[in-house]
Write a protein that binds this ligand. Structure first.
Ligand SMILES: *[C@@H]1O[C@H](CO)[C@@H](O)[C@H](O)[C@H]1NC(C)=O
Ligand SMILES: *[C@@H]1O[C@H](CO)[C@@H](O)[C@H](O)[C@H]1NC(C)=O
Ligand SMILES: *[C@@H]1O[C@H](CO)[C@@H](O)[C@H](O)[C@H]1NC(C)=O
Ligand SMILES: *[C@@H]1O[C@H](CO)[C@@H](O)[C@H](O)[C@H]1NC(C)=O
Ligand SMILES: *[C@@H]1O[C@H](CO)[C@@H](O)[C@H](O)[C@H]1NC(C)=O
Ligand SMILES: *[C@@H]1O[C@H](CO)[C@@H](O)[C@H](O)[C@H]1NC(C)=O
Ligand SMILES: *[C@@H]1O[C@H](CO)[C@@H](O)[C@H](O)[C@H]1NC(C)=O
Length: 450
């Protein structure tokens, strides 16, 4: 008997899917995000649909709506996503205008199979992404629908009627999950008086998603599940677009940001801004979701593609300083978001530690600290003001071709200083941002959560 109970207890610990969630926020908010999401750090957000047609939402739209996706090859597209180094993708399945990229029965005559491309673009991208491997597949879904008569009637009633939800949005969400099995559901279009989580039946949906759906163990969701929900409930917090709070957050969050489309003149600047934003965000416990939009023919503009490749080169050359890291006891060198130095960390030995811990402690024998230097330092001298050295402290630069370049340092009041003037620029994999790896620094007992 006792043995069986032990085995049962063991199974309960190992099998989180046995946990049953109830359709209320206390219960739903208690679900831990699947670990892959925190480890992934960097995703690509793809906004694609009929609003990619230039004249959408004006009188020319019906003339232009021959959205063709003629140049679209899902394998080429998946290759571009892979080259960016991102570990997840979020593709629009339906935007606010209601057009769906999959053959939704609830969107008859207004989806990519019935009109325009005559292809299941969502399914094509999903299959190509899964084939490439190493990227989690996710999808964006607009709760509201600007033109649907049922939605407009419910909206006029401030959500006191819910015919649109019963007949359209809820069945669509079930269809998406059952047939396309996304690892991310990125809800949006969640505003308007009365158009709240009760109107959209969001808590019922999430309870089903977490308890019974085919993705119950792998799915991560955001927080835009009805008016007033964002930044309060759900999975990870997105709050508003371009959300980038100043400090380490106690709940997992995501910054959905846009790649600056400035011309070639701004090219290097754009790469540096995107990489800087990525490292700022992961230093503070967030994930970075970078938006790109193919044109209506399905091409990712060559300028964007080139930028994604450059970001990918940086990310691959600094893999261990980015993926599966945790924030450190300090997020940057001067508590300002203009800081030149941002930190992440790894532990050699994580035995007995909570895999959901918000940050890694500083333990001399255990902690590896990564310092991202996002501005070229004055006089080629990098100050790391938060690192306290010991006689065994070791500093290495992430060099080109995955080489590790040992660096000497001097102690100064408040931290260490590393002179990089002896290095030729060819030793750096990227001069936009470079990374120092610090091992065996002194113990520090600091709690960044305050
Ligand atoms: C929410 O669900 C939990 C778990 O079933 C339950 O214990 C709790 O009483 C519920 N809270 C509310 C406010 O209904
Ligand atoms: C399709 O749309 C394009 C504009 O994107 C337009 O130039 C072209 O004439 C349209 N073709 C047809 C057959 O309507
Ligand atoms: C709908 O419900 C709200 C409260 O949620 C109420 O204030 C409003 O008067 C109701 N009726 C209409 C037609 O909006
Ligand atoms: C920097 O932080 C301040 C306050 O936390 C905020 O108002 C500002 O928008 C931030 N700037 C950037 C570029 O994130
Ligand atoms: C890892 O940490 C655990 C718990 O502190 C300890 O028991 C174990 O000996 C450590 N393992 C190594 C290889 O240091
Ligand atoms: C680094 O520290 C030195 C010595 O304190 C100081 O003179 C120098 O201005 C600092 N450099 C930067 C970029 O803050
Ligand atoms: C560097 O290492 C990463 C991670 O192991 C790998 O993906 C990448 O291809 C390597 N880059 C080079 C230039 O060897």
């Amino acid at each position: 008997m006792c043995g069986i109970l032990k085995i049962l207890a063991f199974l309960l610990i190992l099998e989180p899917s046995l946990a049953q969630y109830t359709a209320n926020w206390t219960s739903l908010d208690s679900r831990p995000l699947p670990l892959w999401y925190d480890e992934a750090k960097f995703g690509i957000f793809v906004h694609w649909g009929v609003y990619s047609v230039p004249a959408f939402a004006n009188e020319w739209f019906w003339y232009y709506w021959n959205f063709t996706a003629i140049d679209f090859d899902a394998d080429v597209f998946a290759g571009i996503i892979k080259s960016s180094g991102a570990k997840y993708i979020v593709l629009t399945s339906k935007h606010h205008e209601g057009f769906t990229l999959w053959p939704s029965k609830q969107s008859w005559g207004w989806n990519a199979v019935d009109v325009g491309p005559a292809r299941d673009l969502l399914g094509e991208v999903r299959n190509a992404i899964l084939k490439v491997g190493g990227i989690h597949w996710g999808t964006y879904f607009s709760l509201l629908d600007w033109f649907h008569p049922l939605y407009l009637a419910d909206e006029a009633n401030n959500g006191n009627t819910s015919n649109y939800v019963q007949q359209v949005s809820y069945p669509q969400l079930l269809d998406l999950v059952n047939n396309y099995q996304p690892d991310v559901i990125w809800a949006d279009g969640d505003w308007g008086p009365g158009m709240d989580e009760n109107y959209y039946k969001s808590k019922e949906f999430l309870a089903w998603l977490y308890n019974e759906s085919p993705v119950k163990n792998t799915v991560a969701v955001n927080d835009r599940w009805g008016d007033g929900v964002a930044c309060n409930h759900g999975g990870y917090f997105t709050c508003e677009d371009h959300y980038n709070p100043g400090q380490l957050q106690t709940r997992k969050w995501e910054d959905s940001d846009t790649l600056d489309g400035a011309g070639p003149y701004g090219y290097r600047r754009t790469i540096r801004v995107a990489i800087t934003r990525l490292v700022q965000v992961i230093s503070k416990g967030g994930n970075y979701l970078l938006n790109i939009g193919p044109d209506s023919n399905g091409r990712v503009l060559p300028l964007f593609e080139q930028r994604l490749i450059e970001i990918g080169n940086f990310v691959r050359a600094h893999d261990e300083a980015i993926f599966k890291t945790k924030p450190w006891i300090f997020q940057n060198d001067d508590s300002l978001n203009t800081s030149s130095v941002w930190y992440t960390s790894q532990l050699r030995n994580t035995t007995g530690l909570d895999p959901y811990r918000l940050y890694n402690p500083q333990q001399q024998q255990n902690t590896i600290v990564y310092a991202f230097v996002v501005n070229w330092p004055d006089n080629n001298k990098v100050n790391l003001t938060k690192v306290i050295p010991t006689s065994s402290t070791v500093v290495n630069l992430f060099g080109a071709n995955n080489q590790s370049i040992p660096m000497t340092y001097t102690q100064q009041s408040g931290g260490i200083q590393i002179d990089i003037s002896g290095l030729s620029l060819t030793k750096f994999p990227s001069t936009d941002v470079f990374v120092l790896k610090i091992e065996y620094a002194a113990d520090q007992n600091v709690n960044p959560i305050g």
